[in-house]
Design a protein around this ligand. Structure first.
Ligand SMILES: *Cc1c(COP(=O)(O)O)cnc(C)c1O
Length: 365
């Protein structure tokens, strides 16, 4: 059996260090906003190259808090991709703003900057690109658009921890970067967790308040905020893993390179790297016209596989506004009907990759 992601393997490798880190938190009985959260935040700021790293309870909350800190709300339009996890657009709705879905690039599956340009209206306030599956979106083009039209850029980096463009980390050079520490993400805890990055000190002050009931000084509440804090146990675990994130991401790239070799003569479209930035392969997602056949073969061989994402957001009931039909986004629809994600995690072995490729070849042969 080969799972999509094998968290057990990684825990076994790191067990001594992680168990000791957890035990230390338990002994200290400091569980909320203590020394590990503060240390992790400075280590994250240092790694990502940002002035402020503010942890919170989840990646979804990171997006929500960033949109609150940006003062987005009713009447505002936010352009984003429909080919992502729902949280990206849910957060836009949380603040009462309107998500505007535009089409994606057929090869990278990232938001298409030309489609973004066509969707800009006088009500547009922000663009939220997602660095999907770990590959940086076209930030140079999106940054030009944002500058020309005075729009905020908020990056959904939930899948891209450690990805970079010309050595600049995703989430470090725009208004806000929003990260998730969900267990299966490239940098994952053993529970929920999230992070907002910014280089704007007033915005950082606002985020520190918003995550803690609108308060910086105990029992002084300047505004209505949330209970959205990372806990000390998660922070302690993440500190152990952060030290190894570059090795983990390099191992993911090794897995992708091995898949590329093993699938070279198979009739599938393997992931395309557009060279804009460093892809950290949160997912290894290929395209095939015979998805059912491939899935059946993988199922029979007990090999994990998943469709990310079967129903794009412009077709989700949650975003149905009842008055207008969903926008026509043909590239997204085509990709959603042909995409299939294969197992990828740092510890995946060459022999396992070859075995997976062999099954796919068999299904299509
Ligand atoms: C995982 C994910 C999120 C949400 O993160 P959580 O920590 O699960 O709330 C947001 N956007 C994308 C693209 C994700 O993959």
């Amino acid at each position: 059996m080969i799972p999509m992601v094998d968290l057990k393997r990684q825990y076994q490798d790191l067990r001594g260090e992680i168990d000791a880190a957890i035990a230390e938190v338990l002994d200290s009985t400091r569980f909320i906003l203590g020394p590990n959260v503060h240390a992790l935040e400075s280590e994250l700021a240092e790694y990502l190259g940002v002035t402020h790293a503010i942890t919170c309870a989840s990646g979804t909350d990171a997006l929500h808090l960033a949109l609150r800190a940006a003062d987005l709300g009713p009447g505002d339009e936010v352009i984003t991709t429909p080919f992502t996890f729902i949280a990206t657009a849910e957060a836009i709705r949380y603040v009462g703003a309107q998500p505007v879905f535009v089409d994606i690039d057929p090869r990278t599956f990232n938001i298409d900057p030309e489609a973004v340009a066509r969707a800009i209206t006088p009500r547009t306030r922000a663009i939220i690109p997602v660095h999907l599956f770990g590959q940086p979106a076209d930030m140079p083009a999106l940054t030009r658009l944002a500058e020309d039209h005075l729009l905020l850029l908020i990056e959904d980096c939930a899948q891209s921890f450690g990805a970079s463009i010309d050595g600049v980390q995703t989430g470090s050079a725009t208004a806000f970067g929003c990260f998730s520490f969900f267990p299966s993400k490239n940098l994952g805890g053993y529970g929920d967790g999230g992070l907002v990055t910014t280089n704007c000190t007033p915005a950082a002050e606002r985020l520190l308040k918003l995550r803690n009931h609108g308060s910086r000084i105990r029992y002084h509440h300047d505004e209505i905020g949330y209970n959205s804090r990372l806990d000390e146990i998660q922070a302690a675990i993440l500190r152990v893993k952060l030290k190894r994130i570059d090795a983990f991401n390099q191992a993911r790239r090794r897995v992708a390179a091995r898949y590329a070799e093993a699938l070279a003569d198979v009739d599938v479209e393997i992931p395309f790297e557009d060279g804009i930035g460093l892809h950290v392969y949160h997912q290894y997602t290929m395209l095939t016209d015979r998805r059912e056949a491939v899935m059946t073969a993988l199922q029979e061989a007990d090999i994990g596989h998943a469709i990310y994402y079967p129903i794009p957001l412009h077709r989700q009931a949650a975003f149905d506004n009842r008055d207008t039909p969903p926008p026509s986004l043909p590239v997204t629809d085509a990709v959603a009907s042909r995409c299939l994600s294969l197992p990828v995690f740092p510890e995946l072995e060459d022999a396992q990759i070859d075995f997976i490729a062999e099954r796919i070849r068999g299904a299509l042969g």
